[in-house]
Design a protein around this ligand. Structure first.
Ligand code: ATP
Ligand code: MG
Length: 283
């Protein structure tokens, strides 16, 4: 017997918000009845005015805050079911890059990237291997013994990225990762985020950099007073236009030193079009 054809969505969901609201203790409703779905293979931008709720959304994902109502699941796990003692372990699958880097000044580049693994009690051999690989990917091998204060802003941002990915997180979240960088460095960071995404990590980037986000041709989630505002998302159409006009950010021209570290097939595959706008299931 022939199997009936069904349209099955085979993409794996990584993050699901269902009717999520967050009201802080002072009565501010930072997230309002928000539903969204982010797939495992996605790279999405999170945009919205200051105060729109981007950082709150990230804190909810990290389980630094709990929703007032609604449900959040990550990798099919209901966050409300994670016990307090298991939160640290949960967070380990999420790499975060903070806007202000948060590097440890008294540790070298190597030490900064190794730190989390040391706390986890990983073996010296594993730490050395992973830290070296991660620094190499970020083009920072030669800077391993430097201290953060001797690095440029772009280099410090890459150290923060190296640290965020050293444990192969399932999800990488970057809050305004290019805020303090010049255009060339910002493009480098975007290239590296795409590289990380292409290797199977879900990437979420909160940013105010509208133009850059549109040129990247990835899905953009717009937040407005804690709710989705897809009316603002001419970003999708803008990205279409940008591609049609061949106006995509030419990240490859900005590689500099670290292009040599990345096998060609890896970065050529980065520039295939993948702008699949997913349904907003879960509503
Ligand atoms: N810990 C808190 N307690 C009370 N209110 C808060 C808290 N954190 C954020 N808020 C409020 O929640 C709303 C959303 O803040 P949030 O930090 O999520 O915005 P954002 O989109 O990240 O803004 P920005 O672009 O400026 O970083 C704002 O009105 C803010 O004042
Ligand atoms: Mg914020």
């Amino acid at each position: 017997m022939e199997q009936p054809q069904r349209a099955v969505d085979r993409r794996q969901t990584m993050i699901l918000f269902k009717d999520v609201s967050k009201v802080y203790g002072n009565g501010v409703a930072a997230i309002n009845n928000l539903s969204l779905r982010i797939y495992k293979d996605e790279f999405v931008f999170l945009m919205g005015a200051s105060g729109a709720g981007k950082s709150t959304l990230i804190k909810l994902l990290m389980k630094e805050e709990d929703p007032t109502s609604g449900k959040i699941s990550v990798n099919s796990r209901d966050l409300s079911m994670i016990r307090r003692g298991a939160v640290q372990r949960y967070r380990r699958q999420i790499g975060v890059v903070f806007q202000d880097f948060r590097l440890l000044e008294h540790k070298t580049v190597f030490g900064n990237v190794a730190f989390a693994m040391e706390i986890m009690g990983k073996s010296r051999k594993e730490i050395n291997e992973k830290v070296e690989a991660s620094l190499s990917l970020m083009g920072l091998s030669k800077k391993a013994d430097e201290y953060p204060r001797n690095l440029s802003g772009g280099e410090q941002q890459r150290v923060a990225l190296a640290r965020a990915i050293v444990n192969s997180p399932r999800i990488l979240i970057a809050d305004e990762p290019t805020g303090n960088l010049d255009p060339a460095n910002a493009e480098q960071i975007m290239y590296l985020l795409e590289l990380i995404n292409s290797q199977g990590t879900t990437v979420i980037v909160a940013t105010h950099a509208q133009e850059m986000a549109r040129k990247m041709g990835r899905r953009i989630l717009y937040l407005d007073h804690g709710a989705r505002n897809d009316d603002m998302s001419s970003g999708g159409a803008g990205a279409e236009e940008a591609r049609a006009a061949g106006d995509r950010v030419n990240i490859s021209s900005a590689f500099g030193e670290f292009a040599a570290n990345v096998p060609e097939e890896e970065y050529s595959s980065l520039f295939t079009e993948d702008n699949s706008v997913s349904d907003e299931g879960g509503k």
